[in-house]
Ligand binder design. Structure first.
Ligand code: NAP
Ligand code: MG
Length: 500
């Protein structure tokens, strides 16, 4: 982001004009990331350590949401492919992985992390092409965090006697996992790394629109020499996901995605012995008190909702701002949003990339239209958008009340709803007035208030004077309709263990 150097506006041709500063940018030269993503034109299923054609004989297209061009075709797994994946996982569990000492498993996890680091640029470009997120995010966040999760869990694998002090832990056996499209590699790491560290074997389905990096990741597993069948990837749509969740060999299922699908999975597995963790939607409140460092808070708010196009379950999609500073915060936010760069995600200067799919773009458009119709005041910067591909301007709604759909429903796009409050109790009441409970942010100068808020807020994660900070050591997960179970940290590891 360029910083403006004086209170004069620099025109596009470099002449200074004595007008107000923000809101205008000189053009940047295009700065596309050039690493080769090494894409294949077709990807098969990864079962028993090998790439195999689906028994269905069918493939579907994966497109680049930035320009709607086809990137590759992906195998569509049917029930018998899913069954073959579980059989391979069972063989691996019984003959190799389930019997291997933790210190040996650790070596594979370290190797996987290092191999990903070696190919970091290639994976970052592939992630951006397939999913639409800005390259600076896939390069600086997704890929390094994915490696960090494997490193962290490698560190646990030979220390499992400390996971549950006083108890011994054992693997569960086979786990079925289904992940969404917003952080394809990172969600894979959150699921696969703890499962493997604990000695389980895995059948995982990535999201239909973002399967490519998962199948590329399979080549890292091969290069690491991971025994065949320990990890299997089956690609396809919702039906394939349902088959992965329902398979009788799964001792545990782990799902990240929408609350609606999570509820359907719970219903279908009710009455079985199967362990389950669900990471579902969110409608987080980012709460700004009048004593907060406001410029820092504005950066946190922007990061909280516009990071990754707002395709973030823990996105700070509701801003609760104390009435006495509301006008100032709103003015600062508008100025900041004007200089966000929306466009080609492969460009290193892009702040907001492409919406992941046409369907998701429609959903965002519909909810934004409902906000206008219900009387909230809309603000969008006037930036131009590429003509091909799926894009949405950063959007701010003020004058929002709790009865508006945009204050209650998850939009999963770059749309911020601003509400106000007067007292601490009112802030808590409003923040908790949601069916979800995944995350929240608090901005204040007072430590005691941070402690009070973090206790009172019904959210799995509460960030204080920051937002969207992640670390493999820190457990993540929700309350209420945001799901249950934790991923990351010792708690996340325990969710893949049996206590003996
Ligand atoms: P989704 O429709 O629930 O999809 C998630 C995954 O489930 C995809 O792989 C999907 O396959 C698969 N799936 C669809 N129907 C299924 C079924 N009946 N049984 C089993 N699997 C099924 O969610 P989405 O709209 O793609 O993703 C966005 C949602 O995920 C948001 O609500 C967001 O909040 C949530 N999310 C939560 C977290 C968290 O950690 N709490 C993290 C990221 C996202 P297809 O791709 O083929 O549809
Ligand atoms: Mg979906």
């Amino acid at each position: 982001m360029p910083t403006l150097i004086s209170d004069q506006r620099i025109s596009r041709r470099g002449r200074a004009t004595p007008e107000l500063i923000f809101g205008d940018l000189w053009e940047f030269d295009p700065a596309p990331e050039t690493a080769d993503p090494r894409l294949q034109s077709r990807y098969d299923l990864f079962i028993d350590g090998k790439f195999v054609a689906p028994k269905t004989g069918r493939y579907f297209d994966s497109i680049n949401p930035a320009n709607e061009q086809k990137l590759a075709e992906i195998a569509l797994a049917g029930d018998s492919d899913v069954a073959a994946a579980y059989r391979a996982a069972q063989r691996a569990f019984e003959t190799t992985w389930g019997r291997m000492p933790g210190r040996e498993r650790a070596k594979y996890l370290y190797r996987i992390a290092r191999l990903l680091q070696d190919r970091a640029r290639e994976f970052a470009v592939a992630e951006t092409l397939d999913g639409g997120k800005p390259i600076k995010e896939s390069r600086d966040f997704d890929v390094p965090m994915t490696a960090a999760h494997f490193f962290y869990h490698a560190g646990w694998a030979d220390k499992l006697e400390y996971v549950a002090p006083g108890r011994r832990v054992a693997p569960l056996g086979l786990v079925g996992q289904v992940i969404p499209w917003n952080f394809p590699l990172l969600m894979l790491a959150w699921k696969v790394a703890p499962a493997l560290a604990m000695g389980n074997c895995v059948v995982l389905k990535p999201a239909e629109t973002t399967s490519i990096t998962c199948l590329k990741f399979a080549t890292i597993l091969q290069d690491a020499g991971l025994p065949p069948g320990v990890v299997n990837f089956v690609t396809g749509a919702g039906e394939t996901g349902a088959a992965v969740m329902a398979h009788p060999l799964a001792a545990k299922v782990a799902f990240t995605g929408s609350t609606e699908v999570g509820k359907a999975i719970m219903r279908s597995l009710a009455g079985t012995e199967r362990k389950m963790t669900l990471e579902l939607g969110g409608k987080a409140a980012n709460i700004v008190f009048d004593d907060a460092p406001l410029d820092q808070a504005v950066e946190g708010i922007v990061n909280g909702i516009f990071f990754n196009q707002g395709h973030v379950c823990c996105a700070g999609s509701r801003l609760l701002v104390q009435e006495s500073v509301a006008d100032r915060v709103l003015a600062k936010l508008k100025r900041r949003i004007q200089v966000l760069r929306v466009g080609d995600p492969i460009d290193k200067n892009t702040d907001i990339g492409a919406i992941n799919s046409r369907a998701q773009l429609r959903k965002i458009q519909q909810l934004v239209a409902s906000g206008v119709k219900e009387g909230a005041e809309l603000y969008q910067p006037s930036c131009s958008l590429p003509t091909k591909g799926f894009y949405f301007r950063p959007t701010l709604f003020s004058g929002v009340t709790m009865s508006h759909r945009i204050a209650r429903e998850e939009i999963f796009g770059p749309v911020l709803s601003v509400l106000t409050f007067r007292t601490v109790d009112e802030a808590i009441e409003r923040a908790n007035n949601t069916a979800y409970g995944l995350s929240a942010g608090v901005w204040t100068d007072k430590g005691s208030r941070i402690l009070k808020m973090s206790t009172a807020l019904k959210a799995g994660v509460v960030w204080a004077n920051t937002y969207n900070k992640f670390d493999p050591t820190s457990p993540f997960g929700g309350y209420k309709e945001s799901g249950f179970g934790r991923e990351g940290g010792r708690q996340g590891l325990l969710d893949y263990a049996r206590l003996v």
